[in-house]
Design a protein around this ligand. Structure first.
Ligand code: FAD
Length: 360
């Protein structure tokens, strides 16, 4: 029976990026995906590479900062191996806030500077929406098109001869004498001494471990023929992410709605309304698409990265709102762990074992 050096459960951006990193180290890799690769959270994301925003929990900033630094090289390799442009944009983000609590790396903007950077985001227009104390700052962040990114990763995976089994649901990790030996799917079994759970919001739904990952729904919409924004614009209630192809993405919600991925008209209207308050020219755009995705959330807001108590069974999930950004660093760190090399960053805070402490 055929065996692989590593089996990855889940073909989202995390599983695909890790599969590619392992394959580049000459491992034989199988990715097992329940549906079609890259059609869940990674398809729904806005693609902000927001590594230094004030919302990010401190233990995570080392990972986000390092991953942001790796991004240009990560994209360069993917584009090279796939022939797909992933729209990595380098224009930066304009932060809009009613509280003067911008991250230290943000540069406050005067009304004139704001107007020069982004004429359709006038101070006078934006102030009524965000309140009289509204302030603006510039942050040197990038953005990417996550759908193009997963498309490129999938193409690159095929190009590098990674095996991909789509439409195959993993039901359990096979364990023998305390070690992982493969996986059981709805159809058959596949053998490997390394199994990595990259199943996103569903990572806790197959044996032997119920990782406490929960789906956090996010609804978004895209408009076309709206204002030609150059920058990502991020306020408290809404963000706008321009794409080079003319789409403008508007997001998003944070909802505890189980595995329901439906959008509702009121929520989409509210997002659009908030976007118009911030950038009035959005009012003349045409709605193009609305969708929802499920972010993998964890109880402490940190990802789960590391080996479980079952030798050879690893997990890389719980990336919540930062999974697109964290894909390069996750792939690099998990590759070190799987190859039993010293880790270049301390991963103790992210260990899966934190959820399975012995009691009494
Ligand atoms: C609206 C929204 C906006 C976002 N914006 C951003 C952003 O701007 N920047 C950012 O960095 N991040 C953003 N995110 C977060 C980001 O999308 C996620 O953190 C990231 O996509 C997680 O990737 P993943 O591969 O872990 O999960 P997924 O992409 O969900 O992939 C998991 C895969 O595992 C498969 N799977 C599950 N169970 C099984 C099983 N039993 N057997 C086989 N396969 C299985 C699923 O079908 C799925 O394809 C956003 C998310 C949402 C929803």
């Amino acid at each position: 029976m055929k065996t692989w050096d590593a089996i990855i459960v889940g073909g989202g951006i995390i599983g695909l990026s890790l599969g590619l990193a392992l394959r580049r180290k000459a491992l034989q890799v199988l990715i097992v995906e329940r549906g079609e690769p890259g059609r869940e959270a990674s398809h729904a994301a806005a693609g902000m590479l927001a590594g230094s925003g004030g919302e990010i929990a401190p233990p995570l900033t080392t990972l986000t900062g390092e991953s942001a630094r790796l991004y240009p090289q990560f994209v360069h390799e993917l584009q090279d191996e796939s022939g797909i442009n992933v729209d990595l944009r380098d224009h930066g983000t304009i932060l809009v806030s009613s509280r003067p609590d911008f991250p230290a790396s943000a540069e406050p903007l005067s009304a004139q500077q704001l107007h020069a950077l982004e004429p359709s985001l006038g101070l006078e227009e934006a102030k009524p929406a965000a309140g009289p104390e509204t302030a603006f700052a510039f942050l040197g962040e990038r953005s990417v098109d996550p759908r193009a990114l997963v498309g490129a990763a999938l193409n690159a995976a095929r190009h590098l001869q990674i095996d991909i089994s789509s439409g195959t649901e993993v039901q359990s990790v096979l364990v023998s004498e305390g070690r992982a030996v493969g996986i059981r799917t709805d159809k058959t079994s596949y053998l490997s001494e390394v199994v990595v759970n990259c199943a996103g919001a569903w990572a806790g739904s197959f044996r032997p471990y119920s990782f406490p990952v929960r789906p956090v729904k996010g609804q978004m919409l895209a408009v076309v023929r709206g204002p030609a924004l150059r920058h990502v614009v991020r306020a408290e209630s809404v963000y706008l992410v321009p794409r080079t192809d003319g789409r403008l993405l508007i997001g998003s919600t944070l909802e505890d709605a189980g595995f329901n991925k439906q959008t509702d008209v009121n929520t989409i209207q509210k997002l659009l309304h908030d976007a118009v308050e911030l950038v009035p020219a959005v009012a003349s755009s045409k709605q193009h698409e609305a969708w929802a995705g499920l972010r993998p959330g964890t109880p402490d807001g940190l990802p789960i990265l590391g080996e479980t108590a079952t030798a050879g069974y690893f997990v890389a999930t719980g990336h919540f709102r930062e999974g697109i950004l964290l894909a390069p660093i996750t792939a690099a760190l998990m590759t070190e762990l799987i190859l039993r090399r010293p880790s270049s960053l301390d991963l103790a805070r992210f260990s899966p074992l934190r959820f399975f402490q012995a009691t009494g």
